[in-house]
Design a binder for this molecule. Structure first.
Ligand SMILES: Nc1nc(=O)c2c([nH]1)NC[C@@H]1CN(c3ccc(C(=O)N[C@@H](CCC(=O)O)C(=O)O)cc3)C=[N+]21
Length: 298
């Protein structure tokens, strides 16, 4: 019998399933009452294997809740103009309520130009600078919140974990996860620190946190010594590491050393099965809200 404390495992997979169930109900109610079916357009450029997998998962998730998905796959050597042309077509298409351009884009394309072209009313990724700007301002409301950070906060809410007044540390400052995650925690009245690659004493700062959200992409970077006993850990990292015993030849691990975290934290998200499924659930949720907003449906 072990006397070591053991963290609650936050089951993102089952919470995401519950959310998809709620979305399914709402979509069928909308279809029955006003005959509208939410539509999501996904644009994939190039043939990165991980991106293709994510896009396939998104399509499956759309089907499971009744969102109509529109998919465009363009070759790696497409021009920016070609991508912009599809975005403009989807911007004008009344059956499309959400547009997602899968990132990363090929290096010869200007990501900013492309993301700015997505109509803010259809920016279900929440990456448009106007959405991020509103997220950062008190008293303003973005039309959409980026899916991964929104999924992290939703996990905390659905597990009844208080955020208000807590010390939160976000590790990583990317535009798509770290920065918006910090902004969301601030909106939830946490005291927020951001630890990044130039931080002098990351371990010392992180070990004071009641809530840790890690989004850096370094396998097992956050060790047990970085974790305050009883802290809650949301691990956004999805890092492939070689594993000859796994059928694919690799397996996915988070940024946080899971075995060590389980002994010290009070709750921890696994990888896979933690934040990943929530990201897709939030994308569906954003697409539904977009359709509701466009058709004035409560
Ligand atoms: N415009 C854009 N929007 C995104 O939201 C976006 C993107 N680009 N580019 C890539 C990242 C990554 N991402 C994930 C989505 C789902 C899982 C997911 O469902 N993971 C599962 C399974 C992972 C597996 O087994 O392969 C899990 O963690 O349990 C992971 C990662 C969305 N992203």
């Amino acid at each position: 019998i072990s006397t070591e404390a053991s963290a609650m495992v936050i089951d993102g997979k089952s919470i995401a399933k519950e959310i998809r169930h709620e979305i399914t109900t709402e979509i069928s109610r909308m279809k029955d009452e006003i005959g509208v079916i939410p539509g999501l357009a996904v644009i994939l450029v190039g043939d990165r294997k991980d991106s293709a997998t994510y896009v396939r998962n998104k399509k499956k998730a759309c089907e499971s809740v009744g969102v109509k998905s529109y998919e465009v796959c363009l070759p790696e050597d497409s021009t920016e103009e070609e991508v912009l042309k599809f975005i403009s077509g989807f911007n004008d298409d009344p059956e499309v309520h959400g547009i997602l351009v899968q990132l990363p884009l090929p290096s010869h394309m200007n990501e900013q130009n492309i993301l700015n072209a997505v109509s803010i009313e259809k920016d279900v990724d929440g990456f448009h600078p106007l959405n991020i700007g509103r997220l950062a301002m008190r008293g303003r409301e973005p039309l959409f919140v980026p899916c991964t950070p929104k999924g992290c906060i939703e996990l905390l809410h659905r597990c009844d974990i208080d955020i208000k007044g807590k010390q939160a540390v976000v590790i990583g400052r990317s535009n798509i996860v770290g920065m918006p995650a910090a902004l969301l925690l601030l909106r939830e009245d946490a005291t927020v620190s951001i630890v990044h690659s130039r931080t002098k004493n990351p371990e010392e700062i992180t070990s004071q946190a009641d809530i840790i959200i890690s989004a850096v992409g370094q396998p097992n970077m956050v060790r047990g010594s970085w974790i305050k006993p009883g802290a809650v850990i949301i691990d956004v990292g999805i890092n492939p590491v070689e594993d000859a015993t796994s059928p694919r030849g690799y397996r996915l691990v988070g940024d946080v050393c899971y075995e060590e975290a389980c002994k010290i934290a009070s709750a921890v998200t696994p990888v896979p099965g933690g934040v990943g499924p929530m990201t897709i659930a939030m994308l569906l949720s954003n697409t539904l809200s977009s359709a509701k907003r466009m058709h004035n449906f409560q």
